[in-house]
Design a protein around this ligand. Sequence first.
Ligand SMILES: [Zn+2]
Length: 186
Amino acid sequence: MDRASQLAREYGIAVRFSDFGAWSEGELRAEYDPAVPEIRINRRVADSLSAAERERFIQYAIGHELYHHREQIGEIPALERRSERESAADRYAESLLKPEPRILDNGEVCWKYIDVEEALHRFAAERQIILGFDVVEFVNGKVRIWGTSDHNLEIESKSSLQDVKRIQHLTGLEPPYDDLWFIFVT
Ligand SMILES: [Zn+2]
């Protein structure tokens, strides 16, 4: 699942398509209704796009409206001017479209839990083989690494995602592991 859709689910927001009427075609991507809460995507616009464009359009629309939800619930402060809020929502939507790894001081690249699947696809496309991974936790500015090398996990590119999802026995933490990051050894 893409990051915007997964976040919408975690926030408990329904996402559905809606007919906004011909007048709004090409104008309004989507709307956010805090009363439900729900994100409604402009079906006419979505259906006018190619499959790839449609996918991106939907993720972008969800990301943009998610920003407004975060404003609504007070997770982020609402910027004063509407134009500022709209461009901030666009930047947020943009940021959700691309995974952003975190680089440690020693140069190792960490991926967020939510980006693990994307990272694995990337490694597979580059024909890299995954030899193992470490789980990283950032606590009060300190880095804690849960090594997997001694735990006899089945680390093959095919099953890595499952292994990552089954790290509960390593860390004692419940998924989703939003506070954990992952380093892959390829
Ligand atoms: Zn907006």
